[in-house]
Design a protein around this ligand. Structure first.
Ligand code: ADP
Ligand code: NI
Length: 218
């Protein structure tokens, strides 16, 4: 099977699984991660099919989005086999989807990602910062009934997986201090680090304006 046919089929599979998500993981997020992965691939000597497949599939079996991630993973595996990907390619893709997330990267026994995984992780993280990142944080916060801001709730310093998922004491603005502003120092590739610089400025400028307006500054 031709590579473009394989990718077209993987794109449709991902679309079917993701397009109904209303918490910031919709297919628009997936397509941006694929597009950014394509940009990063230009500067890295990585396997294009593995990288782009993992980009399309990285959120499909997320345990935040599904009650049965193991079943979705199995479905993914069978689907990739039907599309003539080799066992080695499938293993690499699934391993990436299992180890990409921010909460996974906080675990002490985390696995070193392959170059393809590092590219998709960078693309996924770049989509959480800058103007798109601000929009997604507000969208997610609204969907989870978070407060916009509360100066009495301080950003959490420690971030275990459990704490990261406990939204009862979370505010949208704190999410920037707990996660989004730290992303620029967690990127793998030089290209992503460069792209992150201007996106960081966009967030800092937003937070600065937000606080000044909150305090009724003229
Ligand atoms: P992904 O799985 O794509 O890496 P997440 O599931 O962690 O990302 O988050 C999806 C989007 O929602 C991101 O843009 C992230 O910044 C935002 N988000 C996650 N948790 C919160 C939160 N507690 N408050 C506001 N935004 C959040
Ligand atoms: Ni994602």
């Amino acid at each position: 099977m031709r590579l473009d046919t394989q990718l077209k089929n993987i794109r449709s599979f991902s679309y079917k699984k993701m397009h109904l998500d209303k918490t910031g993981h919709g297919f628009d997020h997936i397509q941006r991660v694929v597009n950014m992965s394509e940009q990063l691939l230009k500067y890295e000597n990585a396997d294009n099919l593995v990288t782009l497949s993992a980009a399309y599939l990285h959120d499909v079996a997320d345990d935040k989005l599904s009650d049965d991630p193991a079943a979705l993973e199995e479905e993914m595996r069978t689907f990739l086999q039907k599309n003539s990907l080799t066992t080695a390619q499938i293993t690499k893709i699934i391993l990436i989807t299992q180890n990409l997330s921010f909460s996974k990267s906080l675990e002490s026994d985390r696995l070193e990602l392959s170059l393809e995984g590092k590219i998709v992780q960078d693309a996924d993280r770049l989509d959480a910062i800058g103007a798109i990142g601000i929009t997604r944080a507000i969208y997610y916060g609204g969907a989870h009934a978070e407060k916009i801001y509360d100066p009495a709730i301080l950003p959490r310093q420690t971030m275990t997986k459990k704490e990261y998922r406990d939204l009862s004491q979370e505010t949208i603005i704190n999410h920037f201090y707990e996660k989004l502003l730290k992303i620029k120092d967690m990127l793998n590739t030089e290209t992503a680090k460069r792209i992150a610089e201007s996106r960081q400025q966009v967030m800092l400028s937003f937070l600065d304006s937000f606080k000044r307006e909150w305090n009724a500054e003229k």
